[in-house]
Write a protein that binds this ligand. Structure first.
Ligand code: DHB
Ligand code: MG
Length: 235
């Protein structure tokens, strides 16, 4: 006999699944180019960690809300999120996507080409910690999206604060992860995510929130609006 608790859990899981699939179909349907980017992930044996369509749509909403013309992405993977971001840009807008793997960068470039955004979206290859300082001359950015190696998130946040204009937005994927970042953790990536959440929650240069927009509400974005000019942020 099934307990009431089990029944409730089943109903909640079914509701999450319903919400994910129906609201994805309503707000974030994928076209051929986005589907191809997803397929490229499997075809090239890349990790299955691309953002979901609803997260992609959320990135577009945020980019449009801050009038983004120049976007920086840290972690391109197969270019899936980059397509969503590039498609939010106005004519003449620019996306720079950093990727540590030359092979992944090639896949991302092919995704951008299929999506018809190669004119405004480029992938730069190398460790972000080396590429970010070189971007100072191309700052300020309107939106920075962090979705790379988790132990690096704190360094990426420091750079995002230097490189983002006042009124711009910094988004970080995976800042909820079933609450694990807020528990004590020996895993350097999980610990860094927790410290990231605490920093953006308390930093007076930012107004932030964690949005449970992934994995049925169990993971999601930390979203921060920059409320101080970048020159006051360099440390
Ligand atoms: C992992 C990384 C991600 O960016 C993500 O969205 C999910 C998982 C990972 O490294 O495990
Ligand atoms: Mg991620």
């Amino acid at each position: 006999m099934e307990t009431d608790e089990l029944q409730l859990l089943r109903e909640q899981a079914a509701a999450r699944q319903f919400i994910d699939s129906e609201f994805t179909a309503l707000f974030a349907p994928e076209d051929e180019a986005l589907r191809s980017a997803v397929e490229a992930i499997s075809a090239h044996n890349m990790p299955q960690i691309a953002i979901s369509p609803l997260r992609g749509r959320m990135l577009q909403v945020l980019a449009l809300a801050c009038g983004a013309r120049k976007i920086l992405e840290i972690g391109a993977l197969a270019g899936y999120s980059g397509i969503w971001l590039a498609r939010s840009l106005p004519p003449g807008g620019r996306l720079i996507s950093l990727e540590v793997s030359e092979q992944h960068a090639e896949v991302a470039r092919a995704s951008f080409a299929r999506a018809g955004v190669s004119d405004r979206a480029e992938v730069r290859v190398g460790p972000a910690q080396e590429l970010l300082p070189i971007l100072t001359g191309e700052a300020p950015f309107d939106l920075v999206f962090i979705d790379a190696d988790k132990p690096g998130y704190l360094v990426y946040l420091d750079w995002a604060l230097r490189l983002t204009r006042m009124g711009g937005i910094i988004v970080a994927d995976n800042c909820i992860r079933r609450g694990s970042p807020l528990r004590q953790s020996d895993d350097p990536g999980t610990a860094a995510l927790g410290e990231y959440d605490r920093r953006v929650a308390h930093d007076p240069r930012l107004v932030s929130v964690a949005l449970p927009i992934a994995e049925g509400g169990l993971d999601g974005f930390a979203v921060s609006v920059v409320v101080a000019p970048p020159k006051a942020t360099a440390s």
